[in-house]
Design a protein around this ligand. Structure first.
Ligand code: MSS
Length: 365
């Protein structure tokens, strides 16, 4: 199976727990499904990694407060240091960080790209300044803004078209009130691997929209011209190429998966556990099935509710007789959207939240 422990982790992620990870490549590292268990918060040491480009040099996290971000598309555009941002306000948000491609490996078609199963996701707490406070300090948003565009601080290798590798993402300006410019994750300074010294956090949006090493934030009338915005991370029908006209991968949808048991259990009462989130909306309920989706029963949320954008741990008790059982979970969000049985396959295998492929087959002895 693909669920082998990562043995040799690259240096910049040497703080990861190897047994908790699956190494797809040096810049795509997944969290093992069983490593989540019933944990509400995912520690950085177990959080998945996805980098499109080699991260900047570790020297950028030596003097974090000195890191500069250029703010444009406001009345008084200028650069600000992280130190100055820290004086403008502070807020925390619990949020599921999930790669757009999480679950790609569970689509029946073989879609090229990292074969993520469930583990390109974690629930983390970001702390930083609300973007609205920054805008206030700079005289307000310039007229005509339609997008908030964040630019990553990686070094662009010479001799290639910068737009082909630049990590620059645009999200609708309506997200202004939710966006944080964050310097802490789970109460500690964000590691280089996860985007320190400063990261743009767009709660409820897929991973790619959360730009690491934020070096520029602009209110813009157009979406970024970078390839990662124009043609990548778009929902095009399976077998076609995406164009700027296809919808961008932005808001996350309702999703859940079982974290235990994953392979075997003893006969009799068995507690099924898992995690569920609503994506852009709050999660409102989860059901589980022990017969492949034929019948369902309500699960209960366990532990605290960290707010609309976080995940909740769930548990349900089922009676299992000896034999094989297909365990499934299906979540519903506050708007009444439920996970579909099957997500229609798209061009790049994004946004897979179909409940059937997220189920597990357990042998009961
Ligand atoms: N940012 C930057 N700067 N760069 C890169 O590469 N990537 C993306 C985000 N951001 C990047 C960024 C992605 S794509 C993802 S998922 C995320 O990030 C991840 O995170 P972590 O921290 O986990 O690694 Mo897919 O949708």
């Amino acid at each position: 199976s693909a669920q082998e422990a990562a043995t040799a982790l690259p240096d910049y992620v040497s703080f990861k727990v190897p047994d908790a990870m699956i190494l797809h490549s040096n810049n795509t590292i997944e969290t093992q499904r069983g490593a989540i268990g019933t944990s509400l918060i995912t520690p950085e040491s177990k959080l998945y990694i996805r980098n499109n480009v080699t991260p900047p040099s570790a020297s950028v996290v030596e003097d974090r407060d000195a890191w500069e971000v250029e703010i444009a598309g406001v009345a008084n555009p200028r650069s600000m240091t992280v130190g100055e941002l820290k004086t403008l306000g502070i807020e925390s948000v619990a949020m599921v960080l999930q790669c757009s491609g999480n679950g790609r490996g569970l689509y029946p078609e073989e879609i090229s790209g990292t074969q993520w199963m469930t583990g390109a996701a974690g629930n983390v707490i970001w702390t930083g300044v609300p973007l609205g406070r920054v805008v206030e300090a700079l005289g307000g948003v310039a007229p005509g803004a339609v997008y908030v565009t964040g630019t990553g601080g990686e070094e662009i290798p010479e001799g290639i078209d910068p737009l082909s590798v630049l990590v620059e993402r645009s999200v609708p300006v309506e997200e202004l009130d939710n966006i944080l410019l964050a310097w802490d994750i789970n109460g500690e300074p964000i590691s280089l691997a996860h985007g320190g010294p400063l990261r743009m956090i767009v709660p409820g949006y897929t991973g790619v929209n959360n730009v690491k090493y934020l070096k520029k934030l602009a209110f813009t009338t157009e979406q970024s011209p970078a390839r990662i915005q124009q043609t990548r991370y778009r929902l095009a029908p399976y077998g076609t190429s995406s164009t700027p006209e296809h919808p961008s991968v932005w808001k996350m949808e309702v999703k859940s998966w079982i974290t235990g048991p994953l392979e075997s259990a003893g006969a009799g009462p068995v507690v099924i556990t898992g995690v569920a989130f609503g994506g852009y909306n709050a999660v409102s309920g989860v059901e589980v099935s022990a017969d492949g989706g034929a019948t369902w029963q309500a699960a209960e949320f366990v532990g605290p509710d960290l707010g609309r954008f976080g995940w909740r741990v769930f548990a349900a008790m089922v009676e299992l007789a000896p034999g094989e059982h297909q365990l499934m979970s299906r979540a519903t969000d506050s708007e009444g959207n439920a996970q579909p049985e099957v997500t229609e396959t798209n061009n790049s295998g994004y946004n897979n939240n179909g409940w059937r492929v997220h189920g597990v087959t357990v042998t009961v002895a």
